[in-house]
Design a protein around this ligand. Structure first.
Ligand SMILES: [Zn+2]
Ligand SMILES: [Zn+2]
Length: 162
């Protein structure tokens, strides 16, 4: 039996009472993901902390999270979704380990840090627009790829940055 099976109908009932989530679908998938365009959550019942991750994605859905413009906004969205997940966890009597939240937020912080390093001189740059950074030291500019929230979770940065 999937460990999170009991939680799915509860979340569907909750979604049905929320105007922007009336058409929400929650289906098995390769990974945990909130897709704003499709109004869909996918989940991987075999994943570590599956209940917590499901509540986190539901948090994104509740907050109606869409595309972000600046990378820093993504980190704020992740934290906001966890805040929602904590509220939901109290409601549904689910345990969420604070250490796990910090661990996942760290992957976003590391990602943000890695993106902001100038490929030319390794100084820290600033994001000038959606996919663009500029180095504050040498003025070099570079492009970064899109990172959707659910793709990022696969990313594991090495922790040996200076
Ligand atoms: Zn998230
Ligand atoms: Zn530079």
């Amino acid at each position: 039996m999937e460990k999170i099976t009991w939680l799915l109908p509860k979340l569907r009932v909750k979604a049905a009472g929320i105007p922007h989530l009336q058409h929400l679908t929650i289906t098995p998938g390769e990974m945990f993901c909130w897709n704003h365009t499709a109004c869909a959550i996918t989940y991987d019942a075999s994943a570590r902390y599956a209940e917590a991750q499901l509540l986190h994605e539901f948090g994104h859905a509740l907050l109606n999270h869409k595309q972000y413009l600046r990378d820093i906004e993504l980190l704020a969205m992740e934290r906001a979704a966890w805040d929602q997940a904590i509220t939901l966890a109290h409601e549904f009597n689910v345990q969420i380990h604070e250490g796990y939240i910090e661990e996942t937020l760290d992957t976003y912080r590391d990602w943000l840090h890695a993106r902001s390093l100038c490929p030319h001189c390794a100084a820290t740059g600033v994001q000038t627009k959606r996919h663009h950074y500029q180095c504050l030291a040498c003025l070099h500019t570079w492009r970064v790829n899109d990172a959707r929230t659910c793709q990022l979770r696969r990313y594991r940065a090495t922790k040996n940055t200076p």
